[in-house]
Design a protein around this ligand. Structure first.
Ligand code: PEP
Ligand code: MG
Length: 578
């Protein structure tokens, strides 16, 4: 076995050593081969057995669903079971096996192509969306027929809790990644993706070493090969020699020791050397992350990305389900702030809901635009958040604002949701604070107006960088052009921080920049006093802050902000960290 290494974009640090487990896109791997006449009956039997196996799997998932996840997942599983029982699908596939004398996988693929063609002609959005269900069921069937490691994954998790399994995938959707949260793996690597794509953000929240944009990892790495994932350097070493392995075991131990040392500052008050207090908040994707937040030393939640509540299901969560999720977080955080961002669906964050159609482009109908177009989404979510506000210190954050008119329409809808609760005598915090994400250049340039009309601002540097530089944050082919240190991006961030300071409104950064220790001093020098990041990054950022002399750093940063050349800016930021 030859040893080789791959380089990608590190998204979650730490070192892990384990065995590769390939996550496949089964549809891409279907081969066509002929079945002799006398083998047809056996091939049909193989097809029937695959159907039975998938049905058993789905029924087992159905039974094992934790109460907190039940909701619409039952309906989702039932849809999949119904597809498996569909007579025209079953008979059609068997007919192809007989007539074409081909393998079951190929017949399924042909049958799927025909079905997809029909779905594409439907004008009804609900029916069109069912196509996705059929594809998912077919994927499951193909994985069984191709002998994929579905069973092995389960065995692996049983035998060793998945502790030495490293997932190797071409790409993983945010919806898939959130499902991985329910399993334990040692590492996670993909061929594509950008450092601030939602898949990367979720990989980070899995809290295991992860690397993306490795280009051909899925092709080059074989099942069960031993791999080292160095999530700090973005390097994967496949089939390492004994010497390399020993070196990495040592480095892994050192890294773990450093993490233990960091935990000693958990209770230390966060302030710079010259005594300026800094607030460190956590970003979360579900109400399941509370234990992690408490362990991180975060003093509140700066960004609750609610769109993940809408994924892996066919209908959105209703008011009651959302209320319970928000209330759980509010109660768990006691008096600490919980900033709940309203639905930011669209572009790379797709939920495939049957009754909500979102744009799949970054410039389309997404986030607040979607909620204003379909006000019932806003109404349900506002009511749920407002009801939960009675149980803790909740604030509302609106994503992707571009203009004041969007903000005003949003305020009207919020006021209407409040009125309905008052009429029903349902308690809520009538003075709930309203904040806005500054993540579109138009909003950052007009930050003063947004600061005037809002209680607080939160800078989404992930999108702000994408939109300022016209670089798709999910596209690995332009990842080298995605750089938040670009003078124009820094100008917009500085403009927003200044607008907040002038009007006495708090400003935080909740994009990935906030958790990058290479940028902590820069942001402090720019005047930022509130950071929100993934819980696993909080202690390292805190350590940086405790070592920062704010006076000194501010002077250097003021000079950096005058630079107009990215290369020079990068060099100076590097120096700042020496
Ligand atoms: C951002 O854009 O920086 C942000 C925090 O929002 P998201 O990553 O969820 O788009
Ligand atoms: Mg964003």
């Amino acid at each position: 076995m030859s040893s080789f290494s791959l380089h990608g974009v590190a998204v979650s640090s730490g070192i892990t050593i384990g065995k590769a487990h390939l996550i496949s896109n089964a549809l891409l791997e279907v081969a066509h081969y002929e079945i002799p006449e006398k083998g047809i009956a056996a091939e049909i039997k193989r097809f029937n057995e695959a159907i039975k196996s998938v049905k058993n799997d789905l029924n087992a998932i159905h039974k094992a669903l934790p109460k907190s996840l039940v909701g619409d997942l039952h309906a989702f599983l039932n849809t999949h079971l119904a597809i498996l029982a569909d007579k025209s699908f079953l008979d059609g596939t068997k007919k192809i096996i007989r007539q074409e004398q081909c393998n079951a996988e190929w017949a399924i693929k042909l049958q799927l192509d025909m079905i997809i063609e029909q779905f594409d002609t439907f004008t009804d959005a609900y029916l069109r969306e069912r196509k996705q269900d059929v594809i998912q069921v077919v994927e499951r069937m193909l994985k069984v027929l191709l002998g994929h490691q579905r069973a092995k994954l389960n065995n692996g998790s049983k035998q060793n809790n998945g502790k030495d399994i490293i997932l190797v995938a071409h790409d993983i959707s945010p919806a898939d990644a959130i499902q991985f949260k329910h399993n334990q793996f040692a590492g996670f690597i993909t061929d594509v993706g950008g450092a601030t794509s939602h898949t990367a953000i979720l990989a980070r929240s899995l809290n295991i070493p992860s690397i993306i944009a490795l280009q051909r990892a899925r092709d080059l790495i074989k099942e069960d090969e031993v791999i080292i994932v160095d999530g700090s350097q973005g390097v994967v070493i496949v089939n390492p020699s004994k010497e390399i392995l020993d070196q990495y075991v040592l480095r892994q131990q050192q890294w773990q020791l450093e993490q233990q040392k960091l935990s000693l500052i958990k209770a230390t008050v966060t302030k710079t050397v010259d005594g300026t207090a800094i607030t460190l908040l956590a970003n979360i994707e579900s109400d399941e992350s509370i234990a992690e937040i408490h362990a991180s030393g975060a003093t509140g939640i700066g960004l609750f990305r609610t769109e993940f509540l809408y994924m892996n299901r066919s209908l959105p969560p209703d008011e009651e389900e959302q209320f319970i999720a928000y209330k759980n977080v509010a109660l768990a955080m006691k008096k600490s702030a919980v900033i709940i961002r309203t639905l930011d669906l669209g572009a790379d964050k797709q939920a495939n809901l049957s009754n909500i159609e979102t744009s799949n482009t970054a410039l389309g109908l997404r986030a607040v635009r979607l909620c204003l177009t379909e006000p019932h989404i806003f109404h349900t979510q506002f009511r749920a958040i407002l009801r939960a506000s009675h149980y803790g210190n909740i604030k509302i954050l609106i994503p992707m604002l571009t203009s004041l008119s969007e903000l005003r329409q949003t305020k009207l809808l919020l006021a209407h949701a409040k009125e309905t609760l008052i009429k029903e005598n349902i308690p809520f915090n009538q003075h709930i604070q309203l904040g806005g994400m500054i993540e579109i250049p138009a909003a950052a340039l007009n930050a003063k107006a947004f600061a005037r009309e809002l209680d607080f601002l939160s800078i989404g540097t992930n999108d702000l960088t994408q939109y300022t530089l016209a670089v798709d944050r999910t596209d690995s082919t332009v990842a080298h052009l995605y750089n938040s240190l670009h003078p124009s991006v820094l100008f917009l961030i500085a403009n927003t921080i200044e607008a907040g300071a002038k009007l006495g409104k708090s400003v935080s950064v909740c994009g990935e920049m906030a958790g990058d220790i290479q940028l902590t001093k820069l942001l402090l020098g720019m005047g930022l006093r509130q950071f929100s990041m993934h819980p696993s990054q909080i202690l390292s950022v805190k350590q940086r802050i405790l070592q920062t002399n704010l006076n000194k750093v501010t002077k250097v940063v003021n000079r950096i902000l005058k630079m107009d050349d990215l290369a020079k800016t990068e060099m100076q930021v590097k120096k700042l960290n020496l």
